[in-house]
Write a protein that binds this ligand. Sequence first.
Ligand code: ACM
Length: 556
Amino acid sequence: MQRRRALAFFLAVPIAAAAGTAVWVTDSSSSDGNPGTDPGAAPGSGAPDPGGAEPGAAEAGEPPPGPLAADARGLVPIPIEALGAKGAGWTLSRDTRVRAATEAARAVAEVVAAELRTATGLPLPVVVDARAHAGTDLSLVPDPPGTTPADRPAGDEAYALTVTAGGATIRASAPAGLYRGAQTLRQLVPARAPFELRPAVVRDAPRYPYRGIMIDLARHFYPPAEMRRLIDHIAAYKFNHLHLHLTDDQGWRIAIEGRPRLTGIGASTQVGGGPGGFWTAADYQGVIGYAAERFITVVPEIDMPGHTNAAIVAYPELACDGRKYAPYTGTQVGFSALCVDGEATYTFLDEVLGRLAELTPGPYLHIGGDETHTLKPAQYRAFMARAQPIVARHGKQLIAWHQLAAGDPVPGAIIEYWGASKQDAAAVAAAARAGHKVVMAPADHAYLDMKYAGGERLGVTWAGTVDVRTSYDWEPSTHLPGLPADAVLGVEGALWGETIKSVADAEYLLFPRIAAVAEAAWSRPERRDWADFRTRIGTHEARWQARGINYARKLS
Ligand code: ACM
C-alpha cells in the first residue's frame, strides 16, 4: 500500500484479522493501558511503515508512533486507513473551540459543533481563525484553492483527520469532506466524559458517489421534525442521499400549488387508517435545507404510473380503467394506474414534476415506475415514453425503479435495482451494459423493512428475513449477474412503511442495519469483514442509547 506523506511517522499493523490490508493501527504489542477489546484485532508483525517522506515534511505537532485507542476500533463505515500513535491524547474540554480556518468552513463548523455539544454537553464555540492554533481546538481546514491533497484521495467527500495532543484537525477539499471527517471524529469521542481521544490519523474517501436511504412517507407519515431526526441518523453514517417516497396508494405527502385535493383528500390517511398528513412546500424545503447542511441531497419520488391511488381519489380524471377508487389503508400493491391515454395524466405530471423540480435543488427526480400490474407492457412503455421527457424538460435527471429497465429508459436515466425476478435482473444488467447507471437496493439485503429473523412485530418477509449480517454480507459490484462493476453508481437502503407506526418503529428497523448498508456503500471491499464489523458496530450501542434511539438488540 502506498504511504502518504502525512502518515510517515506511523508504524502500522493491521487491526482486522481477516484483512491483511485492512485498517492499520500501530503495534498493539506495546501497552497503551487499553485492554484491546476487539477480539478481531491481530497484533500483526509490526512491520515498519516504509513511509518515504522526509521527517521535515511532517506537520508540526504530529504525534510520534504508538497504539491506537480501542475506541478507534469502532469506526463505521470503516475508513481507508486509520493509524494510531504513541504519546499524549487530546481531551475535548470547556476550553475547546471549533475553529473554521476559512469563512467557507464556518457553516459546517456550526453543524459539527452542535452535534458535538449534544454528545458532550460542552460549550464548543465556533470561531473563524486562519492562524495556526495551539491548545485544544478542533480545526476544520479546507485546502487552499487549486492545491492537490497529499494526505488523502481527491474528491469532495475525502478527508484526513489528525488527532494530536494539541487538538484535532480535519482537512478536506470541500465542506462535504470536512463534515464526513467530523462524523469519524464523533465516533472517536467516548460516549461519556472524559472525552479523551488517542493520537490518530485517518485518511478516507467514499467508494460510491451515491449512498442513499429511502424513507416511505406514504405508508406512514413522518412530520418534518421526525424526518430531521432520521436525517441525523443517516448523516452519522456518511450517507449522502435521502430518497423520499412521497406518494403511493395510501397517501400523497407533498403540497403542490394548484392541486389542493392532492393533500386535501390524498393525504388524509395512511396504512392502518391513521390520520396521515402532508408537508407544505416550506416544510419540504426546510427538510432539504437541514439535509443540505449535512451534505445530503434529497431525491423526491412521485411514484407512477402505478401506486397512484391517492392521486386518483383526489383527481378521478387521472384514471380511465372504470374501477372505483377510494382511499386505501391496506398494504396490497399493483392495483392502481394513471390513465395512459388521457391528456389529463400528462398535464398533471407536468404540473407536479415541474413544481417539485422548482422546489428541489438536487439534480434528481425519481418517478417510481414499479409494480403497475394493471397495465400491459406496451401501455407501460407508452406511458414512460411521455413521462420521462417531462423530467428532462424541468431540468432534472431521472431515476426510476428497475422496471423501467425493460420500459425504454431515456439516455441518462438511472435505474434503481431492488431485486425481484431473474428476468428483471437481466433487464437491469442489459440496461447497464447500454450505459445506464444503477443504484443497488436489493430487497434481500438492503430493504430495511424486512423482518429480522427473530419474529418481531415489525417488518415484512416477502424477500425473506434480513438479519444484520444479511444486510452486511453482500457485494454491490457482483450482486447482479452480468452487471458491469463500473455501472454501479451506489447503494441504497430502503425503509418501506407498511408496518411502521412511529419514528421509534422506524429506528428499530434501521438500527443496526443502517450501519451495515453504510459500510457496503462507503468502504472499500477489501476493508470489509463481517466479524470485524460486528465488533466495531457493537461499540456504537452506548451512543445509540445516549441518543435515545430505539435500536434492535441484534449484535450479540
Ligand atoms: C418496490 O419495492 N416496489 C420498489
